[in-house]
Design a protein around this ligand. Structure first.
Ligand code: EPU
Length: 597
């Protein structure tokens, strides 16, 4: 059967937020053969992809300029392993709540605490859905996926899924790589419910006068859900908008508990960390019912942001930003969305735009170094790239700590390193705050990795001094790679004679410290919306493009907009220099924010 792609597909009805947005292209699949066929089409290969399940945890921030692939694999079955275990298997496209109801009708216990959760079976392992004392990861036997890299069907065991709180391999290394096809759950034929640990379930036995069955628990859970959570069919929402923040116990005891009484908390598997209910923080920050446009903090449960009817995605994002800001100011705790905010636009923050000595240069009293204009204060080069909810740092300048404070960077997913010169990696130790939740991922070439192992040997020893930063070093080649579903294309360039790397992400590219770009690499820099490229000064330099050389590259590549960076003081004052640049070419400066499109 030929593939029929729908154009300009309305996405509002396919998500529980019911917020209008459109996809450039849309197609659904009911089986593996169809999925294989889709993944070989030019529509799939040439576009940004989003795999849609039940749409219960997603917010499209504007139209999706790519292909939405909707999983509709159906079917449920069970088989008995032994007297105490029955496996139940469901297609990823099945409705989660219908599947749970089916398991209960079949006399199978295990999933009752997770009754009534909107969304699809395929999304359950991705999100590691959890409620009322149970996380689905603890019941997952295996997950069958299509691996887009190898084009094979693979089976991941529960352990291989690396489940964490609202987290799994599918949100990390596997994002953009694995498409969930079917999920198998390890359930029990027992007539007694297993988990009554959550507050209101504890009294169920007493209320009923007998040991509660899985069905009793499901009924109670649905009652609690109905009283606390708005029905998405009536009021658009995506359940909890934020994750419950995990914070250091000493911060709770020594700072928060001394200022505020009775802040509830949950223990975690790590004795040094606790989880605080974000709903409590939002309510106690005075935000109950607060609204922006058509979006409101749901008064009966502040963890939910609801669409009162006419909300736009901008309203929801502005409301979420406001909530984050007020909670951070009041409690010193950063909230992170658990809703997947989908955006094909890219936001780039130029954190530093100066060459290796920065501007002002120490000991220099030239008019540029003495200038009071903020644009003339240039720290060493690095940039923050944000897209599809992923935050990537390009280079870790020696000024990174100040840059992170100024740009209020509270979370990062990974760093991309262009080369190992000190002005691009000198701030590595200041990545420590970003290593708190586990090793911090760094993408770099093999030679750069070896250099950093030498220079930062204290981070890679057998016996580590407590508190040193911990990294996962991912060696890259010339091949494109994925970071949490974001495709990064390395661009090989020469810094004098030294081979180094630039990066293309969507229609944005960042090339610094280049003197030569080989012709075949220039092909990878065609059709850009935004190019950031180095231009050191007017006078020749053996390892950096001059301004004229950079302009020549821009003329050849014809990005829609280009930004020069990595300046020394010889370019003059920012405003004078900008006036000399042709249309569509801008001088970057520290703090500059660029949006693609
Ligand atoms: N609270 C408030 N004000 C509010 C909301 C909550 O003070 O507006 C307080 C409650 O009184 C309680 C505490 O916060 O002391 C916890 O509330 P609740 O038991 O409702 O659970 P939660 O931690 O807010 C999590 C999940 C829910 C899940 C419930 C029940 C997350 C992000 N959310 O919420 O999951 O249903 O536990 O187990 O972990 C979802 O993921 O979409 C979702 C709804």
């Amino acid at each position: 059967m030929p593939l029929i792609f729908e154009h300009d597909k309305p996405l509002g009805p396919l998500t529980t937020f019911h917020i209008p947005a459109r996809a450039k292209l849309y197609i659904s699949f009911e089986n593996l053969d169809r999925l294989r066929q889709i993944t070989l089409s030019s529509e799939f290969l040439e576009n940004e992809i989003f795999i849609l399940g039940g749409g219960s945890n997603v917010l499209f921030k504007g139209d999706f300029n790519g292909l939405v692939v909707h999983c509709k694999i159906m079917g449920v079955k069970k088989y008995q392993k032994d007297n105490s275990t029955v496996f139940a298997i469901a297609g990823a496209g099945e409705s989660w709540s219908d599947f749970v109801a089916w398991t209960l009708e079949e006399g199978l216990g295990g999933l009752e605490n997770l009754a009534g959760i909107p969304g699809s079976v395929g999304a359950a392992p991705v999100q590691n859905i959890g409620a009322y004392g149970v996380e689905v990861g603890s019941l997952i036997h295996k997950v069958e996926c299509f691996d887009l890299l190898t084009r094979d069907v693979i089976t991941l065991s529960g352990e291989q899924c690396r489940f964490g709180y609202r987290d799994s391999i599918f949100k990390n290394d596997g994002k953009g790589r694995y498409i969930v096809l079917r999920v198998s759950f390890r359930l029990s034929p027992s007539s007694e419910a297993r988990n009554l640990s959550y507050g209101p379930l504890k009294s169920l036995e007493q209320e009923l006068g007998r040991a509660p069955s899985p069905k009793d628990v499901a009924q109670k859970v649905i009652e609690i859900r109905n009283s606390k959570l708005p029905n998405p069919a009536v009021l658009g929402n995506a359940g909890s908008f934020f994750k419950n923040p995990i914070i250091r116990i000493y911060f709770y005891r020594e700072v928060m508990a001394s200022l505020y009484q009775n802040i509830p908390y949950y223990e975690t598997d790590d004795p040094y960390y606790i989880k605080i209910p974000a709903g409590w923080l939002i309510e106690n920050a005075g935000l109950k019912g607060y609204s922006v446009g058509g979006a409101e903090v749901y008064p009966k449960n502040c963890l939910v942001l609801a669409n009162k009817g006419e909300a736009t995605a901008e309203d929801v994002v502005a409301l979420a930003d406001h909530v984050k800001k007020v909670v951070l100011e009041k409690f010193g705790v950063t909230l992170h969305p658990e809703v997947n905010i989908i955006d094909t636009d890219i936001k780039v923050t130029i954190l530093g735009s100066g060459t290796s000595k920065g501007i002002p240069e120490v000991g220099c009293y030239c008019p540029v170094c003495r200038s009071e204009a903020p644009e003339d204060k240039r720290t060493r080069c690095s940039a923050l790239v944000e897209t599809r909810g992923v935050r990537l740092l390009i280079d870790v300048s020696p000024d990174f700590r100040q840059q992170a404070l100024k740009a209020e960077i509270t979370s990062l997913d990974a760093a991309l390193i262009t080369h190992s010169h000190y002005d691009h990696v000198g701030g590595f130790d200041d990545l420590r705050p970003f290593c708190a939740g586990g090793n911090f991922s760094v993408y770099l070439r093999k030679d750069v990795n070896q250099d950093l192992h030498r220079r930062l040997d204290y981070c890679f020893r057998e016996q580590l001094y407590p508190g040193v930063p911990s990294f996962d070093m991912h060696e890259i080649t010339d091949a494109p790679f994925l970071i949490k579903g974001v495709k990064v294309i390395p661009i090989s360039v020469y810094h004098g004679k030294l081979p180094i790397v630039g990066f293309r992400i969507g229609d944005f590219a960042y090339v610094t410290d280049a003197k030569t770009i080989p012709e075949e690499e220039k092909e990878k820099l065609k059709n850009l919306d935004v190019l950031v490229i180095n231009g050191l000064r007017f006078k020749d330099h053996f390892a950096h493009f001059t301004i004229e050389e950079a302009l020549e590259v821009i003329r050849e590549l014809q990005p829609r907009r280009a930004y020069l960076t990595h300046f020394c003081h010889e370019i003059g004052r920012h405003n004078d220099f900008q006036a000399k640049l042709p249309d569509g070419v801008y001088a970057a400066y520290d703090g500059l924010v660029i949006h693609t499109h």
